[in-house]
Design a binder for this molecule. Structure first.
Ligand code: NAD
Length: 338
C-alpha cells in the first residue's frame, strides 16, 4: 500500500478523492484522536456518539472541539442501538467502531446491562448493517480478553480467558465478528488495545487520575500494591494502528496493539513525579475485582502484516498527557473532573 508516515504521525496517501469514514464513539478518548488524525490527512468523518453518562458530557464535548472546525466533519448525537446506520454507512469507505461502555470495575452487578447494550448489542448491529452495506469495520477489542494470560508477551493465539464481565463483552464482539464474517460476508478487523494513555484519557483511568492529582491537588488511590504492570500504548500510536489496519490488513484478523513498554503503576507514578517535579500523595486500597496482574503484548503479527509499530516513548507520552491536563485545568479554572 502507498502509505508513509510523516513526523506528526498521520499516515498520508497519494490519492485524489476524499475518503469518508464513520467513527463511532467519536466524542470519546480514542475516537476523538482517530477522527482528528483522519481529518488532518484530508479525509471526511461522520462521527456518532450518544454521550453516555459514564463520565461527564463536558469532557466529551471538549474532545469534539478538536474536530468541529473542519468542514469535513459531521456529527450525529445518536445511540448505535437505534441510529439510522443503514443510511449512515451507505457509500462510506469504512467504519471505525470505537463506541463502547468501557471500564472493568463497573461491569459487575447491575452495571452489566450497560455493557451488554453498548458493547454486545450495539456491535452486533454495526456488524449487521456494515455487512449488508459491504463496508469494512475496524473495531475495538481489548487486552482484557486475555485475563491473566497464559504467557507473556502474549500472542493473539493465546486462549482468551477474561477476568471481568467487561472482558467477556469484548470477547463476545470478537465472536460476533467471526459469526458475521462466516455467515454474512462481514469484512472486519479487531484490535486488542493494551491500556491506551495520552491527552484526553478517560477520567476513570489510572494515568489520568495521577495527572489530575499532580496538576490539581488531591491524592491518588492505588488498587492493590502498585506493582501490577501494564503494556501502555500512546493514543496516537493506537490511532495510527487503527488507520493502518483499515487500509492494509487482510480481512478477518484480530491484532494486539501494545506500546511495547510494560510498566508498573509505581513506575508511572515515579515518571509523572519526575516530569512535574511534584510529589504525589498516594493511598492504597484492595485490588479491584477483574483487574489483572500483568499485561504485555506481542505485536509481531501486526508489524509483519501491516508494518505498524509503536513510536512514542512513555516519557514523551506522559509529558503530553500532563501538559494537556495542566492547561485544561487552567482553562477550566477548576480540576477537569470534580
Ligand atoms: P470512551 O468512553 O472515552 O469512548 C467511548 C465513546 O462511546 C463515549 O464517548 C460514549 O459516549 C460512546 N458510546 C458508548 N455507547 C454508545 C452507543 N450505544 N451509541 C453511541 N455512542 C456510544 O472510551 P475509550 O477509552 O476511548 O475507548 C474506545 C474503545 O476502545 C472502546 O471500545 C473500549 O472498550 C476500547 N478500549 C479502550 C482501551 C483504553 O485503554 N482506553 C483499552 C482497550 C480497549
Amino acid at each position: 500500500a502507498d502509505l508513509n508516515f510523516p513526523s506528526n504521525g498521520a499516515p498520508t496517501r497519494g490519492r485524489s478523492a476524499i475518503s469518508t469514514y464513520v467513527v463511532t464513539g467519536v466524542a470519546g478518548f480514542i475516537g476523538s484522536h482517530l477522527a482528528e488524525m483522519l481529518l488532518a490527512r484530508g479525509d471526511a468523518v461522520i462521527g456518532i456518539d450518544a454521550f453516555t453518562s459514564y463520565y461527564p458530557r463536558k469532557l466529551k464535548r471538549a474532545n469534539l472541539e478538536y474536530l468541529t472546525d473542519s468542514s469535513r466533519f459531521s456529527f450525529l448525537e445518536a445511540d448505535l442501538n437505534d441510529a439510522p446506520l443503514e443510511s449512515l454507512f451507505a457509500g462510506v469507505d469504512g467504519v471505525f467502531h470505537l463506541a463502547a461502555q468501557p471500564g472493568v470495575r463497573g461491569s459487575w452487578g447491575q452495571g452489566f446491562e450497560h455493557y451488554v447494550r453498548d458493547n454486545v448489542q450495539a456491535t452486533s448491529r454495526v456488524f449487521d448493517v456494515a455487512a449488508a452495506a459491504g463496508v469494512r469495520v475496524v473495531y475495538a477489542s481489548s487486552s482484557s480478553i486475555y485475563g491473566d494470560a497464559e504467557g507473556y508477551p502474549t500472542t493473539e493465539a493465546t486462549t482468551p480467558q477474561p477476568r471481568s464481565p467487561y472482558g467477556v463483552t469484548k470477547l463476545t464482539c470478537e465472536h460476533l465478528h467471526r459469526a458475521f464474517s462466516l455467515n454474512k460476508g462481514l469484512d472486519a478487523v479487531g484490535l486488542r488495545y493494551f491500556t491506551v494513555y495520552g491527552p484526553r484519557q478517560r477520567p476513570d483511568m489510572a494515568t489520568q487520575r495521577i495527572a489530575e492529582a499532580l496538576c490539581g491537588g488531591g491524592s491518588f488511590e492505588v488498587f492493590g500494591t502498585g506493582e501490577q504492570s501494564r503494556d501502555v500504548t500512546y493514543v496516537e500510536d493506537a490511532a495510527r494502528a487503527t488507520l493502518t489496519v483499515m487500509e492494509v490488513a487482510p480481512t478477518d484478523r484480530v491484532y494486539n496493539v501494545g506500546g511495547g513498554s510494560e510498566t508498573t503503576l509505581r513506575e508511572i507514578i515515579a515518571t509523572c513525579e519526575q516530569i512535574t517535579g511534584e510529589t504525589l500523595e498516594v493511598t492504597y486500597t484492595t485490588v479491584a475485582d477483574g483487574d489483572v496482574k500483568r499485561t504485555a503484548a506481542d505485536t509481531s503479527l501486526i508489524l509483519e502484516e501491516t508494518g505498524w509499530s509503536p513510536q512514542v516513548s512513555l516519557e514523551d507520552g506522559l509529558t503530553s498527557q500532563l501538559a494537556r491536563t495542566m492547561s485544561h485545568q487552567a482553562w477550566e479554572g477548576t480540576p477537569a473532573v470534580a
